[in-house]
Design a protein around this ligand. Structure first.
Ligand SMILES: Cc1cc2nc3c(=O)[nH]c(=O)nc-3n(C[C@H](O)[C@H](O)[C@H](O)COP(=O)(O)O)c2cc1C
Length: 387
């Protein structure tokens, strides 16, 4: 059942009544005593009030600052986009070590799975390391009760916020009424947001979506989302039908920002689609002054994307291979042989590019059958091709 905010209020009332009771008891007792014992007991009582006030204000400011997570980020802030099969705990760690954006997001995690026997598998997607914080958990589904149940457990896992996926164009998820299907089902979208807010307690709640389903009719949809008083909204500037096949419609961003400014100026607005460099972020910020920018596939051609001190053309082949080796070591330490090896091989494209023989090396790596073989090919290449 949904009662988390009620629970916090009850706890606070309980603390107040305990304080009141102690004070009442002291007063009844103090009537019968003489100085200097009276002064000593006044001291004790004020000490108790002081501690209580301090604890309450610390608790309050912690809650307030968690809730204000998005608002407290510098402008414009950067986010590594949630990417299924990519932004797992291992890749997030590599990015955090070499060039960290302001915020990272998990791969999307299924609410139905989380409340079922498959919970362990879903929890793997929600692993985070301290160096990666702040991390947002992205969740998806079509059952508000499951959203509520999952959101209740996310604060304890160390997340800075919860993001609801309302943009994934995958046919199977749409068939189940989830993700981008919600663009056509405002009633359910509203219920889901409400359920997550109730479950999330003090964590901020955000939504990631697209500009429409078949066409860019974002006015009504974006207005609806903003009316739900979410803490942040990311708009991937393509329709569901467009997948990622056409250039993102950045020309629509000023109009989306105008809606945000009118309907919910306190909700942070982020744009997403085709951002390929930090200088593009600066240009876009000049042009539309939104709060944050989310980068997806841009990281595939440059894992140092968010680190402006690193010039990609100055990175040696040895350094590129070392970084891939580091990813493989982290992968091995984290997953051993249990996780999909094919997924690991795909990262070759991210680390090993823009040098002679890089495409031949990647082809060889794609043929490997095990982590040992993958590492052997890399070592061999270093031995024979890199001076
Ligand atoms: C491999 C891959 C997996 C993705 N998985 C997710 C996901 O789990 N959740 C989500 O909201 N979007 C997901 N996306 C969409 C991205 O977050 C992003 O919106 C999209 O790639 C457009 O941004 P870009 O042009 O910067 O890549 C995925 C995209 C890719 C390429």
């Amino acid at each position: 059942m949904r009662h988390s905010s009620l629970h916090r209020t009850t706890l606070f009332n309980f603390k107040c009544s305990t304080l009141y009771e102690s004070f009442y008891n002291w007063f009844s007792f103090a009537k019968h005593i003489e100085p200097p014992y009276l002064y000593a007991s006044i001291g004790l009582c004020s000490h108790k009030i002081f501690i209580f006030t301090l604890q309450s204000s610390l608790e309050y400011s912690k809650i307030a600052s968690m809730k204000q997570f998005w608002q407290q980020l510098p402008k414009p802030f950067t986010i590594l986009a949630p990417m299924d099969g990519v932004t797992d705990v291992v890749f997030r760690q590599v990015v955090s070590e070499i060039g960290k954006p302001h915020v990272l997001v998990t791969e999307f995690a299924m609410t139905d799975g989380f409340v079922s026997a498959g919970k362990e598998r879903i929890l793997e997607r929600l692993l985070i390391e301290p160096a990666q914080k702040p991390v947002i958990a992205q969740i998806w589904g079509a059952n508000p009760e499951h959203f509520f149940q999952m959101s209740k457990e996310l604060p304890a896992l160390g997340f800075a916020g919860i993001d609801i996926n309302m943009g994934c164009p995958d046919r199977t998820v749409i068939k189940g009424g989830a993700c981008s299907a919600l663009i056509k089902n405002h009633r359910l979208a509203g219920e889901i947001i409400q359920a997550v807010k109730e479950g999330a307690g003090d964590l901020p709640v955000s939504v990631k979506t697209r500009i429409g389903f078949d066409r860019a009719n974002y006015e009504e949809w974006v207005t609806f989302l903003l009316e739900q008083k979410i803490d942040a909204l990311t708009v991937h500037l393509r329709t569901v039908k467009e997948l990622s096949k056409v250039p993102a419609h950045w020309e629509l961003m000023p109009s989306i920002k105008k809606i945000r400014d009118e309907v919910a100026p306190e909700t942070m607005l982020m744009g997403n689609g085709d951002i390929m460099s930090m200088s593009e972020i600066r240009e876009k910020f000049e042009a539309c002054a939104i709060d944050g920018f989310m980068v997806g596939r841009g990281i595939f051609s440059n894992p140092w994307f968010f680190n402006e001190d690193i010039k990609l053309d100055k990175i040696s082949i040895q350094e590129k291979i070392d970084l891939f080796q580091h990813h493989i070591d982290l992968f091995k330490a984290r997953w051993g042989g249990t996780k999909n090896f094919a997924n690991l091989k795909k990262f070759a494209k991210t680390y090993l590019n823009n040098f002679p023989e890089s495409s031949k090396l990647r082809e060889d790596l794609m043929l490997s059958k095990s982590i040992d073989e993958l590492q052997y090919i890399l070592r061999n290449f270093l031995l024979h091709s890199v001076k």
